[in-house]
Structures are given as structure tokens and as C-alpha cells.
Design a protein around this ligand. Structure first.
Ligand SMILES: Cc1cc2nc3c(=O)[nH]c(=O)nc-3n(C[C@H](O)[C@H](O)[C@H](O)COP(=O)(O)OP(=O)(O)OC[C@H]3O[C@@H](n4cnc5c(N)ncnc54)[C@H](O)[C@@H]3O)c2cc1C
Length: 490
């Protein structure tokens, strides 16, 4: 008889772990609390619009290709990818914006316009970033990070010295560029990692390589197409996905997780892989004696920002927007201070506007625009209706000032989403959106471990453990944990 594995949560990490284990012969069942798989990448439909609820940037296409290739498939077997050009727009003010072109020659030319000599420097910056990307993606992200010995090889130590682990991204970027606009452009991808450029290791210029060289892509139909593809592959491999199953308890007997209790029933098992929010497992699903980390540990974790989101159906086209639009029209330092150092609702936040209907007619009725607005905010804030309404008006003022036309009167559908929704939908620790920040002190061995120290058959996967937040790392996290399970429970 095959060993039974229960995977908790059908996010990217849970789906990835489940598929890999089923492919290796395990009898795998996923228990998911929501009525749809995908976790933070679910979708909903309203008034003829289809909204991706979370991720909107498809970066690192090689990771998705590697994922499907592992199971003898191609990404193209499931969805059609298009490369966006421009990759995105940066709005610096009502009358100043720049479109970032796809392709390095055009990017270099753009950089030259801001700062003579910066084109060749961009080439050098990206050549170093390419090295970091290759070493990072070939070596480091695949490490389960359970022991320091994993990192004790001469080759790896040599690589570490070239990865700029101990220099800050902000210092590194200033060695190449001095124009404030160029600095904002190169520092933007680092914000995905959930920390300021000053607190992010320069190693993460690999994100610039991912963004500028590998490109920004979009799966036609929306980001949820990735989830559909993964579900189809998982089911082909024999994974059973049970929806509307809220896990209440992991029963541990003699140091082993024996049963998982949901609001619908009791499931016996040989192994548990928790793809649910790590802190939720620790504080709610296992008895305190079996926690890996106490409350003091969790309180000291630096979380990536949460988000205040607005999903809008707009009954007209908005010509001045691109698919991805970053509103860098306020002071980032002030906003970062109000996220990280003095957490509070921001006074003048930057925000991001996505209009996937620019690329994909299927996500909005003809002649209409599908808008997704995201304000990064500190975790753990109170998000009442009045606060949401205040920020909505604030960013609509700036959006309308830039596009030069009325949007508010054309909104035919509106929904907001913030901390309390992340908590109720995903049991998200402190209402986090993208997990733990990728600071130096929260990298590799210093992240929450992917295995329980006291329960030999309880593993963790997802954006709060290795390698970190984001869709590609979550996919990798599932594969990494599946390897660990297979090593110990073959
Ligand atoms: C607004 C937003 C924008 C983002 N933008 C991007 C982007 O552009 N590009 C990118 O790469 N990444 C982006 N991310 C990050 C990315 O979406 C996440 O890192 C990734 O989806 C996390 O996957 P996961 O499997 O670790 O967790 P989740 O997706 O949270 O999956 C966990 C699953 O566990 C389930 N669960 C929780 N508790 C229980 C329980 N008790 N019982 C059963 N099931 C339970 C949840 O319902 C959920 O389905 C974004 C995230 C957000 C929120």
C-alpha cells in the first residue's frame, strides 16, 4: 500500500508538493478550506469581469517551465503566455511617466536618456545580476536549509562571495546609477521581497535580471490559469483535492501526526505537509508542545507588507494606462517608514494599478477596463470601511490626475480587500499578503524550518518557509519539501 500524505492547503506550494509526491507513488489528498484552489491566487467573477485576486506579475518563466517539464509537460500545454511590451509604466507625477520597454537594447537607450553612460553600466549591472540569478536558481533556492552542512562546499562558498550577500541593495545600485529616477526603477523589483533596498542583500539584484532580461509575461485568461494548470496536472497524477475542508486540528500521537480533523471529517495519514500559513499551523492546528517556535519568535519576524486592494470594473477604456502601472508619485522613503519602522496607515502611499484588460479581452466586457489597485501597507492594521474609503478616494484622485479623465463615475463594480480578509480567507498571520520579508536575517537557514522538530512526519511548505514569498518560490518550496518527505518516508 502507498504511504498516505495529507497536504493542507491548495495554494501553489501545496499543489506543487502534492503533485510531486503523487508522481513518486504516494497516496495524496489535499484538504483546502476555500471553495476554490489557488489560495492567494484565486479568482472571482462579477458583472462580466474576471478578477485575479492576488498575483499579477508573471516573472521567472523558466521556473514554471521547469516545474511542468519535471512531469513531462510544457507550460504551453496549459496556457498561452505573452510577453508584455512595455513591461510596465512608472508614473512619477501627473505629467511625468516612463514606459519600460521589453528588450535590453531599448532599456539601455532609455537609461541613457536619464543619465549619459548609464546604458553600458546597466549592461554590467545585469551581467552581475545574471550570475546571481543562475547561482541562486540552480543552487540556493533548492536547498531545504535544514543544516549548515548543505552550504559547506568550496564551490558554494566561492559563489557566496560573489553573490553580494553582505552588501545592501541600495549601496550596490548606487555604484552603477545616480539619477533618482533610475534608482527608483532598479529598486522597484526589490520591493516585492518585502523590505527596503537598504535592508535587502544586494544578491537580490537577481530580481532585476528576472524582470529586465527574462521579461514580464502574462498567461492569457489571467494568473489563475497557472492554478488551473497545476490542478489539472495534480489530478492527472492522482491527487485528490477536497475543497471546503477547514482543518481544525492535527492529532499527534507518540510524536507522529496520525490524523487531521476538519470541519467535515477525520482523515488518517502517514505524513502531513502543511501548505497553510506556518503560524496558523503552529498556533491553531497543533498542541503548544509541538510548536517549532514560540510567540516571541513570531513577534520578531519581519513581515513583508500586507495590502489594501481594490477590484474595479470600469465601463470604458482608459488609454493612458498600460497593463502594469506603478505610481511612484510620492516619497517612497516616507511610505517605507510607515510600513517597516513605524507601522501605521501610510500618509501618502505609492500604489500599483494593473489593467489586465489591456492585454486580455476575456477579463472585461467589450469596451471596458478591469482594474486592480494595490497599496502596500504594514501588517496588522485595522482596516475598517472608513479607512478603505479614505484610501480609495486618495488614490483615485492621483489615478484620475494622471490619466486626465474621470474614472469614478464609470465604476460599475467595486470590491475592496485587506488585512481582515487575508485573515478570514487564508488564516494569514497578522493579515500578511506575501509572507516573510527576505531580509538577510530571514534567509535560508534563518527562515522557519520546513520540518517540525518534534513531530517526525510533519512538514511545512509555502511562502513562510524556504525559499520565500512569490509564486515561483512557492512552487519551488513544494518541490523541495516533497524531496524531503521522499528521503525520509520512501
Ligand atoms: C495581493 C497579492 C499580490 C501578489 N502579487 C504577486 C505577483 O505579482 N507575483 C508573484 O510571484 N507573487 C505575488 N504574490 C505572492 C504570491 O501570491 C504568494 O507568495 C503565493 O501565492 C503563496 O502561495 P502559498 O501556497 O505559499 O500560500 P497560499 O496561496 O496562501 O495557500 C495556502 C492555502 O491554505 C489554505 N488554508 C489556510 N488555512 C487552512 C485551514 N485551516 N484548512 C485548510 N486550508 C487552509 C488557504 O485557503 C490557501 O488556499 C502576491 C500575493 C498577494 C496577496
Amino acid at each position: 500500500m502507498s504511504q498516505r500524505v495529507l497536504v493542507l492547503g491548495a495554494g501553489f506550494a501545496g499543489l506543487s508538493a502534492a503533485t510531486s509526491l503523487a508522481d513518486q507513488g504516494y497516496d495524496v489528498t489535499i484538504l483546502e478550506k476555500n471553495s476554490m484552489p489557488g489560495g492567494r491566487a484565486r479568482l472571482f467573477q462579477a458583472e462580466g469581469y474576471t478578477f485575479d485576486m492576488g498575483p499579477s506579475w508573471y516573472w521567472m518563466p523558466d521556473v514554471f517551465d521547469t516545474y511542468f517539464a519535471r512531469f513531462g509537460k510544457r507550460t504551453a500545454d496549459y496556457y498561452k503566455l505573452v510577453r508584455l511590451d512595455p513591461s510596465y509604466k512608472v508614473v512619477f507625477g501627473p505629467d511625468e511617466a516612463v514606459d519600460l520597454p521589453a528588450g535590453l537594447p531599448n532599456l539601455e537607450a532609455l537609461f541613457e536618456q536619464f543619465e549619459p553612460g548609464s546604458g553600458p553600466r546597466l549592461r554590467e549591472f545585469l551581467s552581475q545580476a545574471s550570475y546571481k540569478y543562475k547561482v541562486g536558481m540552480q543552487n540556493f533556492v533548492w536547498k531545504p536549509s535544514r543544516s549548515v552542512t548543505e552550504f559547506l562546499s568550496l564551490k558554494l562558498l566561492y559563489d557566496v562571495t560573489r553573490l553580494d550577500v553582505f552588501q545592501s541593495f541600495a549601496v550596490h545600485a548606487r555604484k552603477f546609477f545616480s539619477h533618482p529616477r533610475l534608482l527608483e526603477i532598479v529598486e522597484f523589483p526589490v520591493l516585492f521581497l518585502g523590505a527596503t533596498p537598504e535592508n535587502t542583500p544586494a544578491m537580490y539584484s537577481l530580481m532585476n535580471y528576472a524582470e529586465m532580461a527574462l521579461g514580464t509575461w502574462y498567461p492569457m485568461g489571467g494568473m489563475h490559469e497557472i492554478v488551473k494548470a497545476m490542478v489539472s496536472l495534480a489530478e492527472e497524477k492522482g491527487v485528490k483535492i477536497l475543497l471546503n475542508q477547514t482543518v481544525r486540528k492535527i492529532d499527534i500521537i507518540n510524536g507522529l501526526a496520525k490524523r487531521v480533523v476538519t470541519d467535515q471529517g477525520i482523515f488518517e495519514t502517514d505524513v502531513v505537509v502543511a501548505g497553510t500559513d506556518y503560524n496558523h499551523v503552529e498556533t491553531t492546528l497543533v498542541d503548544p508542545a509541538y510548536r517549532n517556535y514560540d510567540d516571541a519568535y513570531w513577534q520578531k519576524r519581519v513581515m513583508a507588507p500586507s495590502s489594501l486592494l481594490f477590484y474595479l470594473g470600469v465601463s470604458k477604456r482608459i488609454p493612458k494606462l498600460e497593463h502594469h502601472n506603478l505610481f511612484f508619485d510620492e516619497d517612497f522613503k516616507q511610505h517605507a517608514h510607515e510600513i517597516y519602522e513605524n507601522p501605521q496607515w501610510p500618509s501618502k502611499p505609492l500604489f500599483y494599478a494593473s489593467a489586465p484588460s489591456k492585454t486580455d479581452p476575456s477579463v472585461a466586457p467589450a469596451g471596458c477596463e478591469n482594474l486592480f489597485l494595490l497599496i502596500p501597507v504594514a501588517p496588522d492594521l485595522t482596516d475598517d470601511e472608513a479607512t478603505r474609503a479614505h484610501y480609495f478616494e486618495m488614490i483615485m484622485d492621483r489615478l484620475e490626475a494622471y490619466v486626465g479623465e474621470d474614472i469614478r463615475n464609470y465604476i460599475v463594480y467595486k470590491r475592496s480587500y485587506a488585512h481582515s480578509d487575508f485573515k478570514s480567507d487564508y488564516n494569514a498571520f497578522r493579515g500578511n499578503a506575501y509572507g516573510l520579508a527576505n531580509t538577510l536575517k530571514q534567509t535560508a537557514l534563518l527562515k522557519p524550518s520546513l520540518k517540525n522538530k518534534r513531530v517526525n512526519n510533519l512538514f511545512y511548505t509555502g511562502q513562510l518557509t524556504v525559499p520565500g514569498p512569490g509564486v515561483p518560490p512557492s512552487l519551488i518550496s513544494g518541490l523541495v519539501v516533497a524531496n524531503e518527505v521522499a528521503k525520509e518516508f520512501s
